[in-house]
Design a protein around this ligand. Structure first.
Ligand code: ZN
Length: 233
């Protein structure tokens, strides 16, 4: 091991390390090199939990679509919605994806400027159900739970090597200042995990308060809930 921090992360990657990878690490050796020099990679996941402890205690799991639909039905009952519900299209769209994988990204800023809907609405599945049912239901999703961005230091043993290979291409292509290079490398990069991820890998969490554009409501949105039961711990 060298003196690098043992988590490969956007915020700590140095110009020197980048130069070293470019000069000495081939694409075919890149994942091995990562595993040798770091034990984990910093990833982010956004949600809108009503009970954040469940993430710390039970970890991250793919969605149970039937269960999610059941909670959607409870929501409809609570708000007195009596119109038609067409769940088929949404189920088909998410079947084999959200019920099989958990999605992480490598740059938490993407949750502010590219994809805030994960923490504005809590889940793409619920958002889609709401959109296909009645426009005003989305407002209720926006008022349930606490917007949260989780940081997770995921060990490489939990990640398929193929998920990491494009990082090497991005490192070779990155240009500009170190900040621009970090953006080139980490922005808009997803890491897909199949199955379960232990909550012990959560290394931090935050409640975003930036004013963001909500494309699903065609207006700006600001979260005002800045703390949760875990913030004080
Ligand atoms: Zn908190």
């Amino acid at each position: 091991m060298n003196n690098s921090p043992s988590v490969f992360a956007k915020k700590t990657l140095t110009k020197k390390e980048l130069a070293n990878i470019r000069k000495n690490v081939s694409r075919s050796n890149f994942v091995e090199w990562l595993k040798h020099n770091y034990h984990a990679i910093r990833c982010y996941h956004a949600a809108r939990p009503t009970n954040i402890d469940l993430y710390f205690d039970n970890g991250f799991r793919p969605s149970d679509l039937q269960k999610s639909f059941a909670s959607f039905e409870i929501l409809l009952k609570e708000i007195g919605y009596k119109g038609p519900v067409d769940v088929q299209e949404t189920m088909e769209l998410f079947e084999g994806k959200s019920n099989r994988f958990i999605y992480f990204i490598l740059d938490d800023y993407d949750f502010i400027d590219l994809a805030p809907h994960y923490w504005i609405y809590g889940s793409e599945f619920m958002l889609c159900l709401a959109q296909n049912t009645a426009y005003h239901i989305k407002e209720h999703l926006r008022n349930t739970g606490t917007p949260t961005i989780f940081a997770c230091d995921i060990p490489f043993s939990e990640i398929d090597d193929r998920e990491l290979l494009s990082l090497h291409d991005r490192i070779l292509d990155a240009t500009g200042t170190i900040e621009q290079m970090r953006n080139n490398i980490f922005s808009n990069y997803s890491i897909i995990i199949e199955g379960h991820l232990d909550g012990a890998y959560i290394s931090g969490h935050a409640h975003p308060t930036a004013r963001v554009y909500d494309a699903h409501d065609s207006r700006y949105y600001t979260n005002h809930t800045q703390t949760c039961s875990r913030c004080a711990m």
